[in-house]
Design a protein around this ligand. Sequence first.
Ligand code: NAP
Length: 528
Amino acid sequence: MLTDIDYNMTYLTVSITGSDAEHFAEQCRQAKAQGAEAIEARLDGVKGLTATLAGELVTAARKTKLPVIATCREKEEGGAKSFSIADKTAILAECVKAGAEFIDCELKVFAQKEAQEPIKQLLKSHADCRLILSAHQFKGPFANLNMKYEAMLSLWPMAICKLVYQARHINDCFEALDLLHNAGKDMIVFCMGQAGQMTRVLAKKVGAFLTFASLDEHNGTAPGQIPVSQMKRLYSWDRLDRETEIFGLIGNPVGHSLSPALFNAAFDKDNINAVYLPFCVEGEQEQFSAFVDAMVARPWLGVGGFSVTIPHKTHALDFVKQKGEFVDGLSATIGAANTLKVGFNGIVCGYNTDYAGAMDALTSRMGVDTHALHQVEVAVIGAGGVARAVVAGLADVGAHVTVYNRTVQKARSLAEEFRCRAAGIEELSRTQATVVINCTSLGMHPDIESCPMPEGVLKPEMTVFDTVYNPIRTRLLEAAEKIGAKTVTGAEMFVRQAMAQYRIFIGTEPNEKIMRNVVMEALSGGRP
Ligand code: NAP
């Protein structure tokens, strides 16, 4: 009895390769246990593959009671080897007899009469089995994606068309999403490579028939595949549907960001139909603006907003300014926006929550409100992006700030802008500050032995804030704790800026405990 196929769902499909039937069956069991909703039996990599063995492997995969796709991928389309047409058709015939619900055949092979006739006969005599006609382009997008799709349909109108190409840049993904959205048929379209990853998750939002995931990080069958457990847990696969609102982090790199885990956990807890993805946007203003424009111009994607990180915070601000839309006063003062909120009408507004995150973390740990920082002597170490947000916040409440930086010229120009003092980093040993804030990357993983403060300068009456959050307890904070000074972690700032973003995105108060737990767990169980 074949598995009933629900053509309204997007099957989370795990590609299985295995050396023999036993190994294959074990991997299928593991895939199902991790949440796979369909199995692709990737037969091309199996040693000594015969039609009989292929049938046995499909039988093994069917024990999971999940729909099975039998695929014998040709080498030039990403498979392990090439097959003669006679071998390929014999293998696929055995797979159909063994109960595969789908067989995959490359358009290039199916277009040949010698392959087409026997496969058509096979499908006619097994009405429960459907053909997936596939085409893969590893060098970049197809010359004409829509024409390729039409060519497939003209050969076999009942086919599920599968079109896969390498995304060279994230902005290559939109053509794939458009075809999925416009076709209104059972089909599979996505992009390979890191730059194409969003199409693998958004496939469900846009209504693809299936998307592929790997069994784990080591068993991918194509570049950019995301492990099935990550699809299920990190990207909340079960919650995704056509109504899901899309949020994400735009930056480069974004691979190690904690933000997807943090926001998705908060959405889960609050039962909000939204997902938060990493969007790695390579390039400068032009590529950034093209990405945001493309996302927003497709209302069916349902984009709610973006967090923005290095190197795009100034691009985000300029994007909103160019459109003449709302920018909060602090983003304008700081010269950077780390949050973009997309309204229902597609209007994009810019905010900066780094400032609020830093000031909240500092004042709550000191047990004071921001006014208490008026005329307090503060040493800010560093003159980069984070230092800018921190100095803007402190200047706003009238603190007496000195900016210490390795490149003294940068300290001077930041200090000039916010009317405070500047010095070289070596002058820190003479500081009279009662609040010290490290805004350099000194002490950040893997450079964990570095400390921006010279020995003997910290005093017990100081409050020491390290914006570095990986590790949570940096050498600077350890030294401050040791002499009894108050400490503020970068993790605290990170959680608080994310909470401020959540309020902008969703309009409600986030679950602080969940957000804090995700960050602490990811950063190895320390305390904020
Ligand atoms: P940035 O714009 O690249 O600035 C880096 C700063 O670090 C510059 O002032 C630079 O000095 C200084 N620096 C780098 N290497 C140094 C060295 N070996 N010796 C002395 N100074 C050095 O970076 P950013 O965006 O401001 O980020 C800075 C840090 O903030 C990050 O490393 C990260 O740990 C932390 N951060 C925390 C959060 C949070 O939420 N907690 C968020 C974002 C970032 P020069 O000007 O001389 O190059």
